[in-house]
Design a protein around this ligand. Structure first.
Ligand code: UD1
Ligand code: UDP
Length: 357
């Protein structure tokens, strides 16, 4: 049987790596890269490092407004599906690449499998929330990483074909951690273990509101230890446009870098004193690394980490990040909030069952 997998953005390359490894033991996989992310350090580096097979199709869609980007992907993915006539289509997460893949497959009545289903922020201002809701509504098999996600789906009357598989990002961490340790040391960036903060920022709600972005930057420069900030190209561009680049660059303890590779990121996360982020994936990786996380958002889909006290939501306008880190009162750590690291195998078993029934 043949499965078409659709990826396109950084976190999707990382999620697809462990799943693809198991999938290819049983199925023919046709890998489609939409090209939503295209810089080497946002895309190519992950294919090399995680040994992801070369895509069968590179759609080279690139950056555009939401409608244009999604529309171009839909058009090109449909051509691939006409040509390949797969038995199923696999999509990941909540990006425009996910939605385009979901629409293309469902309109052609090709079974659609959604990994990381059921996440909700209940904030429809987020483009990702729209992508998730629509993708889940047309999926034939839904792989939820958590019980919360299963519950969210039930609230939308999606109860059948939902599997609590756990999170494939945990599979990826377990598979890569030792390799990462053998290859990378934080001294490369002039940092010492547990004596720096790691920060990532890329969400529209932060980058596209100049006052909010300014407040975030101001809270970073007030921190008591070096801060390494691997910059998403979107944030890089906007910091320059907003005239904030020079301000942040002047501060010797802020290390702005290009986006780093996944293996470097894992070690930077594991050895940080705390992580400050608006990324979905990085919030979970902070939990896997047992490092406290401060999330620059008003709400999160990954509520479990907040419930156990290892993740705190931060409003940069009203809250003092520095004071919060100093006064941190972490609850007891709870293991396995995101499954047992065998999510990929569970997903492939469920797909197998789906075809057999
Ligand atoms: C996208 C996803 C977001 C996800 C993030 C992961 C959507 C709507 N958003 O956001 O959910 O968390 O990826 O990183 O799908 N750019 C480059 N080079 C690249 C890629 C992007 O310069 O290789 C710049 C361009 O200026 C582009 C901007 O980043 O306009 C935004 O890229 P885009 O893919 O539209 O959204 P992300 O912010 O990356
Ligand atoms: N990541 C990376 N290098 C970086 C920043 C992030 O490898 O410079 C990895 C990170 O470890 C995680 C994933 O990218 O696995 C998260 O992607 P991102 O923050 O872009 O998107 P989100 O998870 O918010 O959708």
């Amino acid at each position: 049987r043949k499965i078409v997998t659709i990826v396109g953005a950084r976190p999707q390359f990382i999620k697809a790596a462990p799943v693809s490894r198991v999938l290819r033991r049983t199925y023919q996989e046709i890998l489609v890269n939409t090209g939503q992310h295209y810089d080497f350090n946002m895309a190519g580096v992950f294919f090399d490092e995680l040994q992801i097979p070369r895509p069968d199709y590179n759609l080279e869609v690139g950056s555009h407004s939401h409608g244009k980007q999604t529309g171009m992907m839909l058009d090109k993915i449909e051509d691939v599906l006409f040509r390949e006539k797969p038995d199923g289509v696999l999509v990941y997460g909540d990006t425009n690449s996910t939605l385009a893949g979901a629409l293309a497959a469902s309109k052609l009545y090709i079974p659609l499998f959604h990994i990381e289903a059921g996440l909700r922020s209940y904030n429809k201002q987020m483009p990702e929330e729209i992508n998730r809701i629509l993708t889940d509504q047309v999926s034939d098999l839904l792989f939820a990483p958590t019980e919360t996600a299963v519950h969210n789906l039930a609230l939308e009357n999606i109860k059948h074909h939902v599997h609590m598989s756990g999170d494939v990002m945990y599979d990826a961490v377990l598979y890569n951690y030792e390799l990462a340790q053998s290859k990378f040391d934080v001294s490369k960036y002039g940092l010492s273990k547990y004596a720096y903060y790691l920060c990532t920022i890329h969400r529209a709600e932060n980058t596209d509101h100049p006052e909010r972005l300014k407040a975030i930057v101001e809270s970073l420069v007030r921190l008591d230890l070096p801060v390494i900030v691997p910059l998403h190209p979107r944030t890089h561009r906007i910091l320059k446009e907003q005239g904030l680049w020079d301000f942040i660059h002047r501060h010797p303890h802020i290390h702005l870098t290009e986006p780093v590779s996944y293996l470097e990121m894992l070690i930077l996360e594991m050895e940080a004193k705390a992580i400050i982020t608006d990324s979905g994936g990085v919030q979970k990786e902070a939990y896997f690394a047992k490092v406290p996380c401060y999330t620059l958002r008003d709400e999160t889909e990954w509520v479990e980490t907040v419930n156990i006290g290892w993740n705190q939501l931060i409003d940069p306008f009203t809250m003092d990040l520095s004071a919060m880190i100093k006064q941190a009162d972490l609850g007891p750590y709870q293991e396995n909030l995101y499954g047992d690291g065998l999510a990929s195998q569970k997903i492939i078993n469920a797909i197998q069952e789906y075809f057999e029934n």
